[in-house]
Design a protein around this ligand. Structure first.
Ligand code: AMP
Ligand code: ZN
Length: 513
């Protein structure tokens, strides 16, 4: 965190399968390239995980003291974009422009930082053509009827990222019928244009680039021939990133193209990868519109990036619960900061002193977690331990009323907003506003569940949100009048009808069982 020497960071490198120390080529500087979306429709929350993992890396690298050159591309020429142009009765250019803007809206809704550069394929054509020329020159590309291929058997070590050798890959390959290729694993660098498709002049005739060469050329243009950290989803390891290595190293003659390969695992739904082609997706737009950046980030970054994220109702509810705990503590802490205090209590003062010291320790521990393979859940667990201790101290009137409560509260807010918030982007909102939003989100979900419940469930007793809120108010009034038996009766009645109440220092929340 110090300005002078950046922190040592360790990340799992897909190439070795081991956790390795980041060794930037230039001291204090890191380059980060993340494979961005193909802009032919709206992104889903699996794609959002990709954007958020890259955003977390960018934020943490900066926090750790590095000057970061973060490049995230847009693939704006592609078969799917061309198809979409036909389907929408517009042009591929219009489709790419529209969805680039739409994706940017989602990224902004999710609170992502702007990358240093956001290159597009269509703005990189001269560099792509030059790179293909270099690959042919190096004897690793060949031309057949206006199409340029990369010859994988001319590249020693092809398959190293995937951890397979050529024979292995051949055995597993879907052999496409393509008479032009010398080896079924060879891939296109340049494709000849078909009528009506976007095309550019090149030494091999009119055409457009293959997918893999784009990222090699865009990273070379905006970072250079060697990258410190290259990120993408696990599906990109083979063939996309394998091919990027082959192209970039063939063209520049420099190894390694990438020092550190980082891949996040999928977001799954019902044990299947969420994807547009499977039709099992939830749009980032819909999710963000409904639950906002805070819940999205807690849900998508709260699980380690190298763990599959199962997108379920339970996972969503857990994110609600975690954020509720966090913001209720923040609300208490805010109140403690604004209060007037009388005389201090010696024991309480010393307890708060200890708490302030544990906040300092926690800051270091949180940083250690992020520096050890971006362990976001580990970092969050440290914060939640502090929250528990803070709540316990605040429940004791003597410590809650002792002046150093304000000191402890200030320290806790700092850990929340700076150490966690600075990297994960959660915990920085106004607690009253967020807690009100959360109640609304819960009530909406409960109402939906009721609407979806089989006919008769309502008449069997499941009460509506309004009725629950009214009964909670009645119960509060009963308690205020010291009618505890009456208050318990209301709670039991609600429980019998499938509603669980949760009491805390801030009031009562509820959910359907
Ligand atoms: P695409 O537009 O499909 O090329 O994907 C853009 C980025 O999102 C890539 O880094 C993919 O690996 C990633 N991605 C796609 N689907 C998922 C998913 N279900 N979970 C996590 N990441 C994904
Ligand atoms: Zn890429």
């Amino acid at each position: 965190m110090s300005k002078s020497a950046p922190r040592e960071i360790w990340l799992t490198n897909t190439l070795s399968g081991k956790r390795e120390k980041l060794e930037p080529q230039v001291a204090d500087k890191l380059s980060l390239y993340s494979c961005g979306p193909t802009v032919y429709n709206l992104i889903h929350i699996g794609n959002l995980r990709s954007g958020l993992v890259a955003d977390m890396m960018f934020r943490y690298f900066k926090r750790a003291g590095y000057e970061v050159n973060y490049v995230r591309n847009y693939t704006d020429v592609d078969d799917k974009i061309i198809q979409r142009g036909h389907d929408e009765g517009s042009s591929p250019e219009a489709v790419a422009k529209k969805y680039t803007q739409e994706v940017e809206k989602d990224y902004a809704l999710a609170g992502m930082l702007e990358p240093t550069h956001k290159p597009k394929v269509t703005e990189t054509i001269p560099e792509i053509i030059a790179m293909i020329g270099d690959i042919i020159q190096a004897g690793q590309g060949y031309v057949v009827d206006g199409e340029v291929f990369f010859g994988v058997d001319k590249f020693p070590g092809y398959g190293k990222l995937a951890g397979r050798d050529l024979d292995d890959l051949m055995a597993g390959a879907r052999v496409e019928i393509n008479d032009k290729k010398r080896n079924p694993l060879d891939f296109s660098l340049w494709k000849p244009a078909k009528p009506g498709e976007p095309a550019w002049d090149s030494p091999w005739g009119k055409g457009r680039p293959g997918w893999h060469i784009e990222c090699s050329a865009m990273s070379a243009k905006w970072i250079g021939t060697q990258i410190d950290v290259h990120h993408g989803g696990e599906d990109l390891v083979f063939p996309h990133h394998e091919n990027e290595i082959a192209q970039s190293e063939a063209a520049s003659g420099k190894k390694p193209f990438v020092r550190h390969w980082v891949h996040h695992r999928f977001l799954n739904i019902n044990k299947q990868k969420m994807s547009k082609s499977l039709g099992n997706f939830m749009l980032a737009r819909d999710f963000l519109g409904r639950y906002g950046a805070e819940v999205s980030r807690q849900l998508l970054l709260g699980v380690h990036y190298r763990t599959i994220l199962d997108f379920t109702d339970e996972a969503l509810e857990q994110s609600f619960d975690s954020l509720e705990r966090l913001y209720q503590a923040k609300k208490l802490a805010r109140a403690a900061l604004g209060r007037k205090y009388g005389m201090g209590d010696a024991m309480a003062e010393s307890a708060w002193g200890e708490f302030a010291a544990s906040c300092q320790k926690a800051r270091k521990e949180i940083d250690d977690h992020f520096a050890a393979d971006l362990n976001a859940p580990g970092a969050l667990a440290v914060l939640f331990t502090l929250v528990r201790t803070f709540n316990r101290l605040m429940q004791e009137p003597r410590s809650a009323g002792s002046p150093s409560a304000a000191l402890g509260a200030g320290e806790l807010i700092r850990v929340m907003e700076e150490d966690i918030g600075g990297v994960l982007g959660v915990g920085r909102l106004d607690p009253d506003k967020f807690l009100a939003d959360l109640s609304r989100m819960r009530a909406e979900r409960a109402q939906e569940r009721m609407a979806a419940a089989p006919a008769g469930a309502g008449s069997a007793g499941l009460p509506g949100a309004e009725e629950v809120e009214k009964l909670i108010a009645d119960r509060k009034a009963a308690r205020a009048a010291k009618d505890f038996a009456g208050a318990d009766r209301i709670r039991d009645e609600l429980a019998a009808r499938g509603v669980i109440l949760k009491d805390s220092a801030q009031g009562t929340t509820w959910s359907y069982r």
